[in-house]
Design a protein around this ligand. Sequence first.
Ligand code: PRP
Length: 184
Amino acid sequence: MDPVDMGDDLAGVLLSEAQIAARLDELAAQIDRDYAGKAVLVVGVLKGAVMVMADLVRRLHTPVQMDWMAVSSYGSGTKSSGVVRILKDLDTDLTGRHVLIVEDIIDSGLTLSWLLANLRSRGPESVEIATMLRKPGAAKVDVDVRYVGFDIPNEFVVGYGLDYAEKYRNLPFVGTLAPHVYSH
Ligand code: PRP
């Protein structure tokens, strides 16, 4: 998919494929340094994290095992409650493991703050977070995030795993959505 495929739904390209790739190179190098001599269990949070997970782990020299979780807020109206439901749990026992959660975006921070507490209760050696995007302007809770790709403005963004009504996850870049798409 490219910008032309979005027609007038695209307001602008916020992060190009090249910018994303360059930042991933830096994050992967940092992760390799931090986990030298260790093995990491990388946990991707479905569905948005699929792209960053795939691109990040392929840059790592550190041995990784990959697992996935799917979580959902209880109903759209209660997302801000921070109450999260597990739709698909991990297959892996976390006892003694170094866990790295991989996310596409931290918005309010509620999902990650819940997930962090949940995974920490399972006896891992360590739990850290890597997120491609973070919106500081939308934060409702502080989440301690070790690896952040980009801090971005509080706007509707799509692409690189992020959807609007399940569309546009497969854009290779991050774009801002034109207001007419979500304002009716
Ligand atoms: C997105 C994103 C995070 C969460 C962040 O997932 O992948 O999990 O929202 O929002 P928060 O910081 O306000 O909690 P979403 O619920 O849209 O599911 P998806 O990944 O399947 O699109």
